[in-house]
Design a binder for this molecule. Structure first.
Ligand code: TUI
Length: 316
């Protein structure tokens, strides 16, 4: 495989593909499989306490000697203990989501941990560059879960222009065409979530994987605009109920209570009717469940094919 960018050297990986740190979905097994395949596997801490994350980190360490990361969800009630754990376990890379990681950056850097925040707007990217983060993930609204309000197509080049660290594109990327497009926008790598839900090594319930594989182009919706935390999910009864409650003007506290535990219900228990089936718009591009190594191979081969074809076809 010969798809190499400076991001590979910074992270000690073979191909510039990061696996999204999806809460409940991105366990030690999935992260290890992606890292073994040459990408960067990432364990999603989500809302879990440090003890739960610790077990996942130990699992990943038992399955691979290659670098892997942990995603810290900054709205988690356990964020402080999760930060302490990641430092204690000497995890090589930290990505952050759903907020500004500013107050933690120095502690990670002191330990030589690479810090890569997710940003969904230029202003935060500029602020974080001053803290000397190692790279940034520019995530567009095509992504699953909690999202910002710009598309990948317009966000990535604006972040690339605003900062001098490597930018990783995320949101809507699921095959080599998407990776090549991200590189064309100036990204040095990609982060992919939805397609890795359908990795064989992913421990998400088969019902969840099946719903992603069966999803068509318009099957995701965004709920939670009224809460200030919009979340992209596959449309089901849960999403319909949530939409109805939002339209009726139900309070944020009630909506949060209604939503509590729903992601776990879908991922762990397979309740894809009453659970929250978070997935990106790229679900429509995901066709099957296959090993993480095959996904990585397909991404790399597809990217190289697109680059060659563009050059052969359009250079006059
Ligand atoms: O974080 C994600 N995706 C997520 S987090 C999550 S758990 C959750 N569930 C319900 C409500 C809220 C969270 C499920 N999916 N992706 C990375 C991401 N980060 N997307 C958007 C952002 C973001 C948003 C605002 C990053 C920074 C930010 O900054 C705000 C500020 O303080 O400037």
């Amino acid at each position: 495989m010969i798809l190499h960018t400076e991001l590979c050297d910074i992270l000690g990986i073979e191909v510039p593909v990061l696996q999204g740190g999806m809460a409940w979905v991105a366990t030690g097994e999935l992260a290890a499989a992606v890292s073994e395949a040459g990408g960067l596997g990432i364990i999603g801490a989500g809302n879990a306490p440090a003890s739960v994350l610790e077990a996942e980190i130990k699992k990943a360490k038992a399955l691979t000697a290659k670098p892997f990361g942990v995603n810290i969800m900054l709205l988690s009630p356990f964020v402080d203990e999760v930060v302490d754990l990641v430092i204690r376990e000497e995890v090589r890379v930290v990505t952050t989501g759903a907020g500004n990681p500013g107050k933690y950056v120095d502690r990670f850097k002191e330990k030589g941990i690479r810090v890569i925040p997710v940003v969904s707007a230029v202003a935060l990217a500029k602020r974080l560059e001053r803290l000397e983060v190692d790279a940034m993930i520019a995530e567009g609204l095509e992504a699953g879960g909690h999202i910002g309000d710009l598309t990948t197509m317009v966000l990535v080049p604006q972040i690339v222009d605003a900062v001098s660290v490597p930018v990783i594109a995320a949101g809507g990327i699921a095959d080599g065409r998407g990776v090549a497009a991200a590189l064309a926008l100036g990204a040095k790598g990609v982060q992919i979530g939805t397609r890795f839900i359908c990795a064989s090594e992913c421990t998400a319930h088969p019902n969840y994987k099946e719903m992603v594989v069966k999803a068509k182009d318009r099957d995701t919706v965004v709920t939670g605009h009224s809460t200030g935390h919009p979340v992209r999910v596959l449309h089901n009864r849960m999403a319909r109920e949530f939409e109805r409650m939002e339209k009726e003007g139900v309070t944020v506290a009630e909506l949060e209570k209604f939503g509590a535990g729903r992601l776990a219900a879908a991922v762990r228990d397979g309740d894809v009717v009453n659970g929250s089936v978070m997935a990106g718009q790229s679900a429509g591009l995901v066709k099957k469940v296959e090993p993480a190594a095959d996904i990585i191979k397909d991404l790399v081969n597809g990217t190289l094919r697109v680059i060659d074809e563009l050059k052969a076809k359009y250079r006059a």
